[in-house]
Write a new protein. Structure first.
Length: 91
């Protein structure tokens, strides 16, 4: 028997963008991730459905993931300003 599952989601700041948001309805409920850059700060908001967990990777600590349980979580860290973004590579 197959059981639906939320296996993971990822979001990371993109060059030239100051904010982004994604919402998904899972078999367990509403999941959401958003981030906003303000000056030299990054705020990440994660909504985790009931009875599930999420792994959050902050850009300042890429090798130290944060495990979160159900609920709404807001995390902040230092991050360079959008004006300091490197240009994306030419394709």
């Amino acid at each position: 028997m197959l059981t639906p599952a939320l296996t993971g989601a990822a979001s990371r700041p993109a060059p030239g963008r100051e904010a982004a948001r994604a919402v998904h309805r899972t078999p367990y409920g509403h999941a959401e991730v958003s981030w906003e850059r303000t000056g030299d700060d990054l705020e990440l908001r994660v909504v985790v459905p009931p009875n599930t967990t999420a792994t959050v990777h902050l850009p300042t600590e890429p090798d130290a993931p944060i495990e979160t349980g159900s609920g709404t979580h807001v995390l902040r860290c230092a991050f360079h300003a959008p004006a300091d973004d490197m240009a994306p590579p030419n394709e």
